[in-house]
Design a protein around this ligand. Structure first.
Ligand code: PMT
Length: 398
């Protein structure tokens, strides 16, 4: 599957950099074209000459060549890549990736690449276990970066534990499977994913909204894109960056989300409705700040349009996945939404379950469809997204 694929191999300053030579060789033997980009510190661990010889390409380290001023374009590199594989990835580089710091060519390329990104962390066991590193890895995972867990074993420090970079053969097999999976599953399909909270303005200062962070919807968008789908992510307000390979369209109100989604549905193969959309909006928007007085305040609300129900009416054989966020009578409410909005299946999450619903990195969901229900255990939102994508694939194959 790697034949003819463009693999951008990033190497950072870790003792495990010597394994990058073997990795490069494996990728080349499998027929991939390999371009190596190194951080300045990585040169202390493995020479550019070794990597240039193995990859059969000059090594890129600096933004420009100091001899002749020739520019190494991070944008062109990112566009060239079918996969950006960073192995080994140090705690320092992972932290910078998680926070958008771009102080070398490898990092600027990461920020400009739309290709799937795979990292193979390598570090001492305590650095790996440190809460900061774990937080950075969770952040990268959430934005769609694939992480190949380090192995447990002997470390360069003389200690033993988890932090040893995965073996080159395992890394090459992961990239092979990733690119193969991309090709065969959702290639050529167009999906809309809604995510995040809508905002219904009362006046220029106040609004009605909810607690959705966008994490669940962003994980779904990233997963569908990683499987080759063209994804339009129609997003309410969140603090999240768009996952790799996803086109994001920002909206604020339920009405704006309705307009964007209904328009895009004409040319889509399906939609996953994960956004927490306001059911009510103020009847009147006041264009100046409402002044308080001693009495109470009544704001009259009116119903918003039900976006999912509208897609249900226009469905015509396309795939429609809905969510149900409940606090009581969960399955009955989800069943009702399944029928009324013509969903193929509903992803039910209940605020009564620990670790489920808004904001956290986990969710506990039950799939409800015409055939019955399937309760999943507590999973990360990334894993829930994978299960949803698997179910969508099965629907497409029917
Ligand atoms: O974003 P996170 O912090 O990760 O949290 C994830 C989540 C809890 C928001 C998510 O898992 C979830 O449950 N999303 C749906 C929330 C919701 O609005 O559920 P609902 O039961 O009110 O709506 C049912 C379905 O109709 C949903 O697919 C919803 O997107 C859709 N809907 C609702 C109202 C409306 N006006 N238009 C719609 O399309």
């Amino acid at each position: 599957m790697l034949k003819g694929k463009h693999i951008l191999l990033g190497i950072t300053g870790s003792i495990a950099a010597y394994k990058a030579a073997v990795l490069c060789r494996l990728l080349k033997t499998a027929g991939a074209e390999v371009q190596v980009v190194m951080t300045p510190l990585a040169k202390q661990f493995i020479t550019p000459l070794t990597m240039a010889t193995l990859s059969k390409n000059p090594i890129l380290v600096e933004f420009f060549d100091p001899e002749n001023g020739a520019w190494n374009s991070h944008v062109a590199l990112g566009e060239w890549a079918d996969c950006f594989l960073i192995a080994p990835a140090t705690a320092n580089t992972l932290a910078k990736m998680a926070h958008g710091i771009a102080d070398n060519l490898l990092l600027t390329t990461y920020l400009s690449s739309r290709a799937p990104v795979v990292v193979a962390p390598a570090m001492d066991l305590d650095m790996f276990a440190h809460a900061t590193t774990q937080r950075n890895l969770a952040e990268l995972r959430r934005t769609g970066v694939h992480i190949i867990e380090p192995a447990d074993g002997e470390l360069a420090s003389g200690l033993a534990g988890k932090g040893r970079m995965a073996e080159p053969a395992q890394i090459a097999a992961f990239v092979d499977a990733l690119l193969d999976e991309k090709k065969k599953s959702l290639q050529g399909k167009r999906f809309i994913v809604t995510a995040g909270a809508t905002i219904e303005a009362i006046d220029p200062v106040r609004y009605i909204s909810n607690h959705s962070s966008g994490k669940m919807g962003y994980a779904i968008a990233g997963e569908l894109a990683a499987r080759g789908a063209e994804v339009l992510l129609v997003s309410g307000r969140t603090a999240l960056p768009a996952p790799a390979g996803v086109t994001r369209y920002d909206v604020l109100s339920a009405e704006e989300m309705y307009q964007a989604v209904v328009k895009a549905f004409d040319t889509a193969d399906g939609a996953v409705m994960c956004a927490a959309v306001a059911d009510y909006t103020p009847e009147h928007y006041t264009d100046h700040k409402l002044k308080k007085d001693d009495g109470g305040l009544v704001i009259r609300l009116q119903r918003t349009k039900d976006i999912a129900a509208e897609l249900g009416r226009r469905k015509a054989g396309r795939i429609l996945v809905g969510f149900a966020l409940e606090t009581d009578n969960e399955e009955a409410h989800a069943q009702e939404k399944l029928r009324r909005k013509q969903f193929d299946f509903v992803v039910l999450n209940s605020l009564r379950d620990a670790g489920a619903g808004f904001r956290g990195d986990t969710n506990k969901v039950t799939f409800i469809d015409a055939a019955g229900s399937e309760a999943l255990p507590l999973l990360t939102k990334g894993e829930v997204a994978q299960r949803i994508a698997d179910k969508i694939e099965r629907l497409i194959q029917k």
